[in-house]
Design a protein around this ligand. Structure first.
Ligand SMILES: *[C@@H]1O[C@H](CO)[C@@H](O)[C@H](O)[C@H]1NC(C)=O
Ligand SMILES: *[C@@H]1O[C@H](CO)[C@@H](O)[C@H](O)[C@H]1NC(C)=O
Ligand SMILES: *[C@@H]1O[C@H](CO)[C@@H](O)[C@H](O)[C@H]1NC(C)=O
Ligand SMILES: *[C@@H]1O[C@H](CO)[C@@H](O)[C@H](O)[C@H]1NC(C)=O
Length: 277
């Protein structure tokens, strides 16, 4: 073998090692993902949802337009229900990162009325939530119903969950109590305390805004459990709800941040859910 050949092979090996170690790392930190791997321009101002609604038992779900994918993400909305913003985030992740994204209508068509926000008495929302079907009584079973439907009808078992505000709390409970959930994302989650990290059984990505308490203690527990396979990105320049129903998707900075959320979660779920079956 000539010296040139050896040098060439050495170079190939070196480049391969760099690529492999790089691609192993990109799953965990979007700031070092090569630009061409990210899918910008995910969000537009006057969006028309591209998916549609159907029933699973007595539960209505919205599903994004990509029905050919082999993995499911359950997207848990905020208290404002089936908003165009939430649908747009779902549609974008579905299309850009190849997932079936399903938004269950847990509130059965009766979300919190967005015209009454913020309410004069902030406790009104708390009271309203308590009158609504709760995690133990309905929401957990709705999620199990969705998982079961995909498993039996479509043979899909790769399932992740993510949610905004109230949906962040629900996603935490799902990652704690539902073993089928393989990964979870929390986007400006409401009422999630750091002590809840102890019970979490699936890798998680935390995306708090300036409206939430410090989630680094939660993240530290995740790191102890899952090593590098978890993440934390705090949006100090965004307020609570920026990626949900009340996010301003006409504001360029808000849009940029939502696109970052989409890329972070897309890369994270891509790493954790198998796409080969
Ligand atoms: C919806 O279906 C589930 C499971 O079949 C059942 O337990 C639940 O009571 C039903 N809910 C309503 C509102 O009918
Ligand atoms: C929401 O509240 C507004 C203002 O109070 C009211 O006009 C509207 O009818 C309400 N919408 C629903 C669906 O209850
Ligand atoms: C949304 O952002 C746009 C562009 O910055 C701004 O003109 C508009 O007033 C904002 N809308 C609301 C409801 O804050
Ligand atoms: C269901 O998926 C499993 C795992 O990918 C595969 O081995 C099996 O053949 C599939 N079954 C059907 C009926 O498609």
């Amino acid at each position: 073998m000539t010296r040139e050949n050896l040098l060439f092979q050495g170079l190939i090996v070196l480049v391969s090692i760099i690529c492999i170690s790089h691609s192993a790392r990109i799953m965990y930190d979007v700031s070092i993902v090569p630009e061409h791997c990210l899918h910008a321009k995910a969000i537009e101002a006057n969006y028309t949802p591209r998916g549609g609604e159907y029933e699973i038992g007595n539960l209505t779900v919205y599903e994004s337009q990509n029905r050919a994918a082999k993995r499911v993400l359950i997207l848990v909305y905020d208290i404002f229900g089936m908003s165009t913003n939430i649908k747009q985030v779902g549609d974008s992740i579905a299309e850009l990162y190849d997932f079936r994204v399903v938004i269950p209508d847990f509130f059965r068509g009766l979300p919190w009325n967005a015209s009454n926000f913020p309410p004069a008495n902030p406790l009104d929302i708390q009271n309203w939530l308590e009158q609504n079907p709760g995690w133990d009584t309905v929401v957990k079973y709705d999620i199990l119903t969705v998982i079961n439907a995909f498993q039996t009808r479509e043979n899909i078992t790769e399932v992740g969950i993510f949610g905004m505000c109230w949906g962040g709390k629900i996603s935490t409970l799902a990652a704690t109590e539902i073993p089928e959930i393989k990964a979870a994302g929390l986007v400006h989650p409401s009422s999630v305390s750091n002590s809840e990290a102890d019970g979490v059984k699936a890798p998680m990505y935390l995306l708090p805004s300036s409206g939430e308490p410090d989630m680094l203690p939660f993240y530290e527990v995740l790191q102890q459990k899952f090593g590098d396979n978890c993440g934390h990105r705090r949006f100090d320049d965004m307020s609570h709800g920026f990626a949900g129903a009340r996010g301003n998707f006409s504001n360029p900075l808000n849009v940029e941040r939502v696109e970052e959320v989409i890329d972070i979660l897309g890369v994270f779920f891509n790493r954790n859910l198998n796409n080969t079956s």
